[in-house]
Design a binder for this molecule. Structure first.
Ligand code: NAD
Length: 428
């Protein structure tokens, strides 16, 4: 998923190196934390519905487990690469550390396009993925979860395969399960809501009321839809969303100056977050090229699609009115673009803080599975708000005190916690 040849892993390592300097880390710590501790590359044979065999390439990386078992999603994507998975596993380590939950960083992926796979083929692929890594993942080792183009059903098939192999019940093996099957209420909302909890706090610090702001959002999947829901509830107005059109193989933006209507757009969106452009036109949306989301005259930009979308070319188009960029997606900003954002003084809420709501709720899911007692949705979302808000305040306080860019401040907190855990264990 390295759009325009940006390498997400190089970005992740360069971000780490910058903070390693600030923290003055010793060489062994740098060498340990710049790369995953372990990674698995494997082939997954799948019998297709027509009886033919197809071999898919799968990955799992465990970046660091000094603070607890690995944690991180599995993506199904035609342009998945090992470097993307490595980068994402590293960002998971920092994400768990910045919100201070006792988990490490992992990530997995399969090079495939689920749009072109029937449900039965997807099931066989999920089961095949688990068979390849069944000895290396688990509730006490490394815990997978849904990510781009994977969902609760995929997780349940994976759980079922894992339990069949290990001949016992392990509800804590995987998170993002359906509610009633070990899933937590609130997980679907968690990432998008988490993004907006941090936006709400940022606005509070700036003395701006949410109802006086407008936003433009890239993507219309799980993160984006719930971010839009909560932001709108707080009084904000989203004037544009964009999404990927599977038929045309390109992105489109959908604009309404009076504000997009979440429910009406959801009704014309497929299960992968693709908005039907003909129906959108009928509903009065202006349909524009996908990349215009970034040049809107808004207060808040929320990239919530894929990585590297805010890059050297697109960053120049950010409107002077923009005050906050809340990174819903993982790694949406390249190094060059990040420098520009920092220099322009835009308040950035970095990905591994802004979108940590998902993993925080996954952690709650594991806790509930361990107790075999499930909380009400309000309790889950209340605990999530508390965790996200305190993580945000810790980062912005440090940024202010030490005059650090928000991304650097978040990294300083996270990397320091992980480095201390590695030291404490005697690894370095
Ligand atoms: P999703 O698959 O539900 O949605 C992705 C959306 O992005 C879809 O609407 C798709 O049409 C759109 N999209 C894809 N390419 C696009 C492009 N070029 N331009 C515009 N839109 C495009 O995925 P999601 O779960 O919402 O995840 C989005 C991002 O957030 C990813 O980077 C993911 O890693 C990250 N993230 C997700 C979670 C979670 O809990 N779902 C947690 C943390 C981080």
């Amino acid at each position: 998923m390295c759009a325009k040849n940006y390498n997400a892993f190089e970005t992740a390592q360069a971000q780490f190196d910058r903070v390693a300097e600030i923290l003055d880390l010793d060489q062994a710590t740098r060498d340990l934390l710049r790369n995953p501790l372990r990674e698995y590359h494997f082939s997954i044979p799948v019998t297709m519905d027509d009886g033919s065999k197809k071999i898919f390439k799968g990955f799992r990386c465990l970046h660091n487990d000094s603070r607890g078992p690995g944690k991180g999603g599995i993506r199904f994507h035609p342009q998945e690469t090992i470097d993307t998975v490595r980068a994402l596993s590293m960002w998971m380590t920092w994400k768990c550390a910045v919100v201070d939950i006792p988990l490490g960083g992992g990530k997995g992926g399969v090079i495939c396009d689920p749009h072109n796979l029937s449900p039965r083929e997807q099931e066989r692929l999920c089961r095949g993925w688990v068979r390849q890594v069944a000895q290396n993942v688990g509730p006490l080792q490394d815990v997978p979860a849904p990510d781009v183009m994977t969902n609760a059903q995929h997780m349940l098939w994976m759980l079922d395969e894992y339990e069949a192999i290990h001949r016992a019940k392990y509800p804590g093996f995987i998170t993002g399960k359906p509610v009633g099957m070990g899933g937590s209420l609130g997980r679907t909302e968690a990432t998008g809501y988490g993004v907006i909890f941090t936006v709400r706090e940022a606005l509070k610090e700036m003395g701006i009321r949410p109802e006086d702001t407008v936003a433009s959002v890239q993507g219309f999947g799980n993160v984006s839809q719930y971010a839009i829901q909560l932001y709108t509830q707080l009084g904000g107005k989203v004037i544009l969303v964009s999404s990927w059109d599977q038929n045309d193989q390109q992105a489109y933006a959908f604009k309404k100056n009076s504000g997009v209507d979440l429910k009406e757009l959801q009704e014309i969106t497929d299960s992968f977050g693709g908005i039907n452009k003909d129906k959108a036109k009928e509903l009065g949306y202006e349909v524009l090229p996908g990349d215009v989301w970034i040049e809107q005259e808004v207060d808040i930009l929320i990239p919530a699609a894929l990585e590297n979308e805010v890059n050297a070319e697109t960053v120049k188009r950010i409107h002077p009115r923009v005050k906050i960029i809340a990174e819903g997606a993982n790694g949406p900003t390249t190094l060059e673009a990040d420098k520009v954002i920092r220099e322009r003084g835009i308040f950035l809420i970095p990905d591994f803080l802004a979108n940590a709501g998902g993993v925080t709720c996954s952690y709650f899911e594991q806790v509930q599975c361990n107790m075999n007692y499930f909380w009400e949705k309000d309790e889950v979302l209340g605990k999530l708000d508390t965790k996200m808000t305190s993580a945000f305040i810790a980062v912005s306080d440090l940024a202010r005190k030490k005059k650090l860019y928000m991304r650097d401040a978040a990294y300083v907190i996270a990397i320091d916690r992980v480095a201390q855990a590695c030291k404490g264990r005697g690894w370095i």
